[in-house]
Design a protein around this ligand. Sequence first.
Ligand code: NAD
Ligand code: UDP
Length: 335
Amino acid sequence: MILLTGATGYIGSHTWVELLARGYKVVGVDNFSNSNPLVLKRIKSLTQMEPIFHELDVGNPNLLDVFEKYPITAVIHFAALKAVGESVQKPVEYYQNNLLGLLNLLKLCRSHGVHQFVFSSSATVYHPENPVPYQENMRLGSGSPYGWSKVMSEQILRDFEMAYPALKVAYLRYFNPVGAHESGMIGEDPRGIPNNLMPYISQVAVGKRDYLSVYGGDWPTIDGTGVRDYIHVMDLAEGHVVALQYLAEKQQSITVNLGVGQGTSVLQLLSAFEIASGRKIPYRVVDRRAGDIAECYADVTLTHQLLNWKTKRSIDQMCLDAWRWQSKNPNGYES
Ligand code: NAD
Ligand code: UDP
């Protein structure tokens, strides 16, 4: 059985659906600090299966009950606070949540003989001075407490592996997950004003916000706007299944980028979304956002080699699916 932490969050919920579709047995935990309990109903109607779920904080010693109750063989650890800007204001909360949760989980994995661990890492672990595309062996370092919490988590896991060699870890460094399940029943439902580009564009398209602020038009990029590596959340979900298979078959740890390997600018994404939605999306170019970089995209050579797997979905598909979710659920899960 697979334990998913942060199971009702954006990436967790999509991975949960994918795992169930592939026949895995799953138990999910989440403390709902950044997700909505209604996700569980949507997963049920989408999969026709009752999700097994416990409302729990991963840093809480009660997590032991889950390890005692279910025959857990692998963990996919999504649970974390993830807002870069907020982490600058609340470093203690970020380190406490992201690191203590991981330590509690690792102690339980050790005491219960769990040997497969998939960790949600991020492109933000790469030092911003690295040239693009980012390769897995490049220098690490970050510009925010959130990013450092991921660098530190990776280090904790590597130290843990040394002391407890039976544990094998997939360090998955995600680039920019976007889009939604093709059913339009689950998707990204940020609280308040979205920080990220795709949910912001979606909310402008659906009429919840007036216009998109484009953070900087003078970056040294194809059209002056920031370039990122957007990956469809269902491709990302499949990547987790492939990583689990790798750990089970090869019994080796792995560190890989999960991205498409191509950069897309803000204006390119905006234009693809206009086509997908059939709506005009007003925008204004404003000052650069503090802490941003011009370009961030993955080198996916190692991912292809080791996992023998590639993403399938295009930017157009990402926009179509994001739009289906947003237009069916203009107010997210509360719609
Ligand atoms: P999300 O906020 O939608 O999901 C995270 C879930 O974890 C939420 O449901 C939240 O309630 C839960 N959670 C947080 N702390 C918890 C705790 N202590 N105990 C139990 N549950 C807790 O975020 P997401 O986009 O689905 O991200 C999932 C993971 O992927 C995170 O670790 C994030 O850092 C990482 N990641 C995300 C992105 C991205 O752009 N979305 C990029 C790179 C890495
Ligand atoms: N961006 C933007 N307007 C927004 C949100 C984001 O122009 O309202 C830009 C941002 O500057 C970056 C890109 O879109 O170049 C992706 O930003 P996001 O926050 O989604 O991801 P991250 O910066 O964390 O990679």
